[in-house]
Structure formats: C-alpha cells, structure tokens
Design a protein around this ligand. Structure first.
Ligand SMILES: Nc1nc2c(c(=O)[nH]1)N[C@@H](CN(C=O)c1ccc(C(=O)N[C@@H](CCC(=O)O)C(=O)O)cc1)CN2
Length: 281
C-alpha cells in the first residue's frame, strides 16, 4: 500500500509558515499586495481566483481584484498590467489562465514585470530557472518539489520521468528536478515506448492531460507517482491523469486528486508573493 502524499496538509503547513512571516513583515511596516486579474467568467477560473483571494486573506496579503468582462480587449488588459507594473504598492501580478481566445496569452505573460511575475511564467523567470539564477518559479512544479521534500522522498540521483512538456508544468518541472540532482527524462505525445520509460522511473510526474491514462502497467514497484491532472470522470467526480485505484497498490508513494498537487499551486503562489516583497528590500 502506497504512502499518501497529502497536498492539503502540506499546503496548509506552508500557508501557516507564510502567515507568521507576513505578520513579522507587517510589524516592520511592510504590507504585501497581490493583483489578481480574471478576464471573463470561466467557472473553474472563478473558483481558483476565489481560492487565491481566500489564501491571501488567511496569510495577511492584500489582494486587489480585477474582474474584467469577457469582451475586454488585449490593449485594455495590457494597459492595466502596465499601471500595476509601475505601482510600488503592488508586489505581485497574476492573470488567471486561460484568457479568452481574442487575447494573446504570450503577449500578456511577457507584459508582466519579471519582478512581479509571481506565477513564474515570464520568459526571464523561465530563463533564470534554466541557468540557475534567482527568479520566480512556476507554482505547480515548485509545489511538487515541496511535496517531495516535506514527504522525505529523496530526489538526488533518482531517475525522474516527467510526462508532459508544457511551459508551465513539464519544462520547469524537469529543470527543478535537475536542480535537485535527479536524472531526468521528459516524455511527451510523440515519445515511443512510453510505458517502458515510465517503468524505469523512481519518481514519475504525470502532466499528460488525459484522465486516468497511467495505470499500474506504467509504474515500477515502489515508485513515487505525482499526478498533476485534474478532470471530471463519467460520474462527475474529480480524477487525475493517473488511475489511482490501479496504481496505488504498486506505488511507494502517490498524490491523490483532489488534495494532492492542486492545493500546492496556491500555497506556492503565496510564497512567491512574500518573496517578491522580501526581494524589494
Ligand atoms: N495564472 C495562472 N493560471 C492558472 C494556473 C496558475 O498557476 N496560474 N494554474 C491552473 C489553475 N490553478 C491555479 O490557478 C489551480 C488549479 C487547481 C487547484 C486545486 O487546488 N485543485 C484542487 C481541486 C479543485 C476543484 O475542486 O476543482 C485539487 O487538486 O485538490 C488550484 C489552483 C490553470 N490556470
């Protein structure tokens, strides 16, 4: 039976640690502010944005919300970001993704000042991660590192297989595991022998975007399995990219969905906001 990696519990620990830090910063006269921008009314985005505002309130970070209509133009959004970049009272800026189709996501990401890029999506942030310079790290991969470390799962020298090569999860995840001295293999939709490669992983990180695709036949006995996917199954229940019921008996440790990687994304966003304010000094 696999050890369950409890993201809800670990994210709560991180938020409690940050709450103390923020309280100490406040005592020195420093208030932290995150600008949260949502364009349109995508229901899932509204839930995530709501949870980000709640996390800010819990930790003691001010959240400045911009709830913009679906018809907002790219120019209007860029103009808001420009103002926020220049506002010394704002430490972090996030634009909830996805943005409506008429807005170029890349242009929006590039417009956020790297100093306030608490999502870690700006090319300068990704480049810094790549060459080992300080910078903001994408929240989901950073959260996975925390899950592993706080669950006392060794990374150094382990073979880590990451399935998925997105700019937001797969690529930064691979770079972070490399930084932790893992031996890293990245797999994707064109990978041949996916099953054989996955079977060699000590740590298997799955960000493939296909519900319950990874079953026990992809997993080495005792491996750690991290599931980044979030989907609804035929019974409208949340599930991941990993078939939990099949994999759990062979894995050494595994994240559930919900309650695994997801909550860590928001905890690490809060961490990046605190870092943004600390770096300013
Ligand atoms: N600007 C950003 N946009 C998006 C990001 C991001 O990091 N920055 N990531 C995702 C959405 N996301 C945060 O924004 C996010 C997704 C899931 C969770 C989470 O806690 N999931 C729960 C289940 C929640 C549910 O009931 O649906 C879990 O896995 O336990 C938090 C944040 C895309 N956009």
């Amino acid at each position: 039976m696999a050890k369950l990696i409890n993201g809800k519990e670990i994210s709560q620990q991180i938020k409690d640690e940050l709450k103390e830090k923020v309280s100490a910063l406040k005592a020195q006269g420093k208030n932290i502010c995150l600008a949260v921008i949502q364009v349109g009314n995508d229901p899932a985005s509204s839930v995530y944005v709501g949870n980000k505002k709640k996390a800010c309130a819990y930790i003691g970070i001010e959240s400045r919300a911009f709830e913009l209509p679906e018809e907002t133009t790219e120019e209007e959004l860029l103009s808001i970001i420009k103002d926020l970049n220049e506002d010394d009272g704002v430490h972090g800026i996030l634009v909830q993704l996805p943005v409506p189709k008429h807005i170029n996501e890349e242009k929006i990401i590039n417009a956020i000042s790297p100093k306030k890029d608490v999502d870690g999506f700006h090319p300068e942030s990704v480049g810094s991660l790549c060459i080992g310079r300080p910078g903001f790290v994408s929240c989901t991969p950073a959260g996975i590192i925390q899950l592993l470390k706080r669950s006392e799962i060794d990374i150094e020298g382990k073979h880590c297989v990451v399935i998925g090569r997105s700019n937001i999860v797969g690529k930064p995840m691979a770079l972070l595991m490399l930084r932790e001295n893992a031996t890293v293999t990245i797999c994707h939709s064109r990978t041949k022998n996916l099953k054989e490669i996955c079977k060699e992983a000590d740590i298997l990180i799955v960000a493939i975007g296909k519900p319950k695709m990874i079953d026990a036949s992809y997993v080495k006995d005792g491996a750690t399995v991290i599931d980044v996917g979030i989907h609804r199954d035929a019974n409208n229940k949340l599930c991941g990219d990993v078939d939990f019921a099949s994999v759990e008996p062979v894995a050494g440790a595994i994240t559930p969905v919900p309650g695994g990687v997801g909550p860590m994304t928001i905890a690490m966003l809060m961490n990046n906001c605190v870092e943004a304010a600390e770096r300013e000094e």
